[in-house]
Design a protein around this ligand. Sequence first.
Ligand code: GLP
Length: 262
Amino acid sequence: MEVIIRETYDEMSQVAARMISDQLLRKPNSVLGLATGSTPIAVYRELVRLHREEGLDFSQIKTFNLDEYLGLAPTHPQSYRYFMNNHLFDHVNIPRGNIRFPYGHAHAVETFCEWYEAEIERCGGIDIQLLGVGTDGHIAFNEPGSSLGSRTRLKTLTEQTVRDNARFFDDIDQVPRFAITMGVGTILESKKICVLASGMGKADIVAQAIEGPVTASVTASALQLHRDVVVIVDADAACKLARADYYRWVHDQKSRLHQRDG
Ligand code: GLP
């Protein structure tokens, strides 16, 4: 795992946006895995800026979102599709037909999930997957105890996640209890993974995920098994990392190497 520590949320978001824009420049028809939550908002803002001011092209990409609440229509202001329209899709030139989302209705969830998995494969797999981390260590909606080999499926949210996400709803009773989510196994098949975490509230779980044991109790820890993961955190989220000095040192040494070679 490569761990990149930046002082502020804006700086860490810049690094992540650059990573995605480099991917699009290298491969204009990339398949992107996208995340919601408050953490990636500034990444999307920067991608929109790059599109408007530097012509970053989204016309050939395909996107797969990680998760969606069960039963929320795309027009519901708290649905993840609404979030993505609002923060990215409505502001860049991605064809609507290239956007895939794990919608679902309770009566046909299994068929839908099988289709979603097959569709990812049909598109050649996800080139780069953006991820946030829940305060209980979940990635997408893979709550503690999720199988590390899990695939796209229906998940029941934990009470902690319902409480965490209540801030986006008028009332905690309105927070859906179910979601369709890519599985840990699905996520681990992405070619590259970029994980973001910001703020003191994530410091403990980030340390457990990166430096603790690989365990289904913290599904983000499964990322340790992936060959190409970059974790980008701000100083607050990094403050419980035992090897923070080493990660900073690695970054300095690599910069020097690039300067020397460049
Ligand atoms: C939700 C999403 C996750 C996201 C997490 C963290 O539960 N399903 O994909 O990573 O929230 O959200 P935030 O970035 O707001 O802390």
